[in-house]
Design a protein around this ligand. Structure first.
Ligand SMILES: NC(=O)c1ccc[n+]([C@@H]2O[C@H](COP(=O)([O-])OP(=O)(O)OC[C@H]3O[C@@H](n4cnc5c(N)ncnc54)[C@H](OP(=O)(O)O)[C@@H]3O)[C@@H](O)[C@H]2O)c1
Length: 408
């Protein structure tokens, strides 16, 4: 059986050797969004923005981006931000069409283009992911939550080659499989996917030592600079749990063949072990502009996208097993991923509420995953056959997590 989804080949005409791509960028004001615009700004001959979308919290930044990249469309999820956006665009002489509300963001996701990059944060990215896929767009997916929450729906819609990972680990896995040639296209030749984890700011601490850590400490990631939710998720390792489910969904490999290994330097972004005992790894210093550029150009490489490893200097790369007792989030993710249906949506939704509660000082750090586990245990899993079913499970999990965190 072929390893799925991320293989567009020149033979089938899915990609061209010369990159000239028009890009719709969702979540343009965030960490992924601004780094994507940095990649695009440095490659004006090959990459061009046709639409920008954001939540509405940073109108001035969005207007400045529109003035620089001159998209045809600018969308904001918060309709109340539209007057300020229109004023800011007019002040900069930008005449882009303005779309408003979640439906406006979803419309931007279907705007004619070569590739949509979904850099929205959280489960609310699902609508845009589904809209882009339904419209037949190639989708560069940073918003892993939409794949996890809507797994069966997204997989049913996505044709081979239509979904390209932006997460550095999954970009690495795709590159390792690609590098293996025909063997990498055959799932039977793959023994294991090895997903690396930095271990986050609390690597090496016991469960007892995690009792009183603060949001400030959780937000101080040792190797990556990212948005707040994914940074806290990296501290709990929920992010790694989400990535294990993401790897399973993207590459059709069973959970028993996906391993997590802690690699504090974040230079090896993931590896594939083949049945003959060979392992292929992808290495580059931690910089999201590399996987972003590769996703926008896939499978062509954008020259100078990031600084490579300096092979003239001495390096020490270390690997250690994950402490499952201190960080039970990955085992819980395997459990919900194996259960399938609405279970991953519940894990993700409960986590988003718990992260908010932790940041607001209403929940201790260990309470995040403990509460997610409690919500997951109460949930009656259904098949996630429709958007309504997924959203209902998501809403139930949020409500239940809010009840549990309100009384903590
Ligand atoms: N950051 C990384 O290095 C990294 C690495 C791998 C994967 N990812 C994944 O990439 C995604 C984005 O992460 P991030 O760190 O870039 O998050 P972030 O910095 O919090 O940015 C989120 C973006 O989404 C926008 N947004 C919020 N609500 C929206 C809505 N309803 N519709 C459209 N846009 C909306 C925000 O706009 P406003 O500014 O208006 O609020 C902002 O532009 C997440 O799924 C994350 O797991 C991130």
């Amino acid at each position: 059986m072929p390893v799925r989804h991320v293989y567009g080949t020149r033979e089938n005409g899915a990609v061209q050797p010369d990159i000239t791509r028009s890009v719709v960028l969702l979540g343009s004001t965030g960490s992924i969004g601004t780094q994507s615009l940095d990649v695009i700004a440095r490659n004006p001959q090959s990459l061009r923005v046709v639409a920008l979308a954001a939540g509405g919290g940073r109108i001035d930044l969005l207007a400045r981006q529109a003035a620089e990249f001159r998209p045809e469309v600018v969308a904001v999820a918060d309709p109340s931000a539209v007057p300020a956006l229109k004023e800011a665009l007019a002040a900069r002489g930008v005449s882009a069409k303005v779309l408003a509300g979640p439906e406006g963001v979803a419309e931007a996701a279907t705007w004619p283009c070569d590739i949509v990059l979904n850099g929205v944060t959280g489960a609310l990215g699902l609508t845009s992911t589904l809209a882009a896929l339904e419209a037949g767009r190639t989708l560069a997916l940073a918003n892993k939550e939409s794949l996890i929450v809507g797994g069966p729906l997204v997989k049913r819609l996505a044709k081979p080659g239509q979904l390209i990972p932006v997460d550095s680990e999954h970009s690495a896995l795709a590159q390792c499989l690609w590098a293996a040639g025909p063997a990498g296209q055959d799932a039977a030749a793959v023994r294991k996917l090895i997903v690396t984890a930095s271990g986050g700011p609390f690597r090496g601490r016991t469960r007892e030592e995690l009792g009183d850590v603060t949001p400030e400490q959780a937000l101080a990631h040792p190797t990556w600079s990212m948005g707040p939710v994914i940074t806290v998720n990296s501290a709990t390792l929920v992010n790694k749990g989400l990535e294990v489910i993401e790897a399973h969904l993207l590459f059709d490999i069973g959970f028993d063949r996906i391993e997590v290994v802690v690699h504090p330097q974040s230079v090896i972004h993931s590896m594939v072990e083949f049945v003959d005992g060979s392992t292929i790894a992808q290495a580059s210093p931690p910089d999201m502009r590399l996987p972003i550029a590769l996703a926008l150009g896939w499978p062509e490489r954008v020259p100078g996208a990031a600084v490579p490893v300096d092979w003239t200097a001495a390096h020490t790369w270390t690997f250690e097993p994950l402490d499952e007792e201190a960080f039970p989030s990955v085992a819980l993710a395997r459990h919900v991923g194996s259960a399938g249906g609405t279970a991953p949506a519940v894990y993700n939704a409960a986590n988003e509420v718990c992260v908010e509660a932790f940041m607001a000082g209403r929940l201790p750090f260990l309470g995040i995953v403990d509460t997610v586990a409690a919500v997951v245990a109460e949930h009656d899993v259904t098949g996630a056959g429709s958007v309504e079913e997924v959203l209902a499970a998501d809403a139930w999990a949020r409500a239940r997590a809010r009840e549990l965190t309100a009384t903590t």
